[in-house]
Design a protein around this ligand. Structure first.
Ligand SMILES: CC(C)(COP(=O)(O)OP(=O)(O)OC[C@H]1O[C@@H](n2cnc3c(N)ncnc32)[C@H](O)[C@@H]1OP(=O)(O)O)[C@@H](O)C(=O)NCCC(=O)NCCS
Length: 302
């Protein structure tokens, strides 16, 4: 990297907003509108900037969040996001060095792991990140006897408050490795965005909820008292040609319910990540991703 480039943590109030025009240039789809509407970042993100003199030419962010380890403990994760380098400054290692700087900062501040989603794997692989696939999509084939009724999923704005509360309550009752401790009012990795995001569709019944991400079943939770056949009937309403694509954690009780009802689960090659790949970098001595299956819900994809 050019020795005139310096990298530093940005003060959230006074310095972070200066990164908005850079992000708008590099991510016109999302950040251009966001930067036009906001004078500050619209969610909690820790920012690192690369500077040539006074000019910001690169940015890397960390979105902090906590997950359950599924065994009574938690991990502090930092989602790597908003990695951008000004077009005229690319190709000299600025993105790699920003990621390395963020990693060192995160290590000093007690983070356990730094996951991300990208279609540009080399940028992060060159800084030590590795590919991590948590949940491969499966195709559930329902027995014909369950395929009587159909129903439509809803968008978040169509859910009354008591139904939103049901989604939150059933999620809170679960524990699995990778469960994001979602805030109710948190913009990112929280319920507010989950209910607002048009990519999310919702379905619910008596003691049962389901969230779909781009037509893939991303979450489904039920009260223990709901019989297996009711779970199967409920989900069967949202099948296409008797099938449902899902990306659920292997340990979710829903699998047992569906298997008990005679559903088949087949491998499937749907591109549920939209050509992005999951990567991560463990920085804690506990190495969260070693020897553990950490579920990354599509609903929490950032
Ligand atoms: C992607 C981006 C951040 C790269 O910035 P950069 O400073 O040019 O990247 P670096 O010079 O640090 O490159 C590091 C490594 O990634 C590779 N790389 C750089 N740009 C890449 C790209 N667009 N796709 C794949 N690999 C890329 C480099 O070849 C280098 O690999 P090497 O060590 O094997 O030579 C920059 O092109 C950008 O801002 N793009 C638009 C926004 C974006 O897509 N951000 C990433 C979102 S995941």
């Amino acid at each position: 990297m050019n020795s005139d480039i310096t990298i530093r943590l940005l003060d959230t109030e006074t310095e972070q907003p200066a990164a908005l025009p850079l992000l708008a240039r590099c991510f016109p789809d999302y950040w251009e509108q966001t930067a036009a509407r906001n004078k500050a970042f619209p969610f909690d993100e820790i920012s690192f900037g690369a500077f040539l003199g006074e000019e910001i030419v690169g940015h890397c962010g960390i979105i902090p969040y906590t997950i359950s380890d599924g065994a009574g403990g938690t991990f502090l994760f930092g989602g790597i996001a908003s990695v951008a380098v000004a077009p005229e400054a690319r190709g000299q290692g600025i993105a790699r060095n920003l990621c390395l700087f963020a990693k060192d900062w995160a290590a000093e501040h007690g983070y356990d792991s730094l996951p991300l989603y990208t279609g540009k794997d080399r940028v992060y692989a060159s800084a030590g990140w590795f590919g991590y696939t948590s949940t491969s999509p499966r195709q559930i084939v329902f027995p014909a006897e369950y395929l009587r009724d159909t129903s439509q999923t809803l968008c978040g704005s169509e859910l009354p408050d008591n139904v939103r509360a049901l989604f939150i309550d059933l999620y809170e009752k679960q524990d699995f490795c990778g469960k994001v401790l979602r805030g109710v009012n948190r913009e990112y990795l929280g319920w507010r965005r989950i209910f607002q995001d048009p990519a999310h569709r919702f379905a619910y019944g008596e003691g049962i909820t389901a969230i779909f991400f781009d037509d893939t079943l991303a979450e489904c939770f039920a009260e223990n008292s709901v019989p297996d056949k009711d779970i199967c009937c409920f989900l069967a309403k949202y099948t296409v040609n008797g099938e449902l694509i899902c990306a659920l954690h292997d340990t979710f009780p829903i699998w047992t319910a569906l298997a008990n009802c005679g559903c088949k689960s087949l491998p499937c090659n749907k591109d549920i990540m939209h050509s992005e790949h999951q990567m991560t970098l463990d920085i804690a001595p506990s190495m969260p991703h070693r020897g553990r299956l950490i579920h990354y819900s599509l609903v929490d994809k950032f």
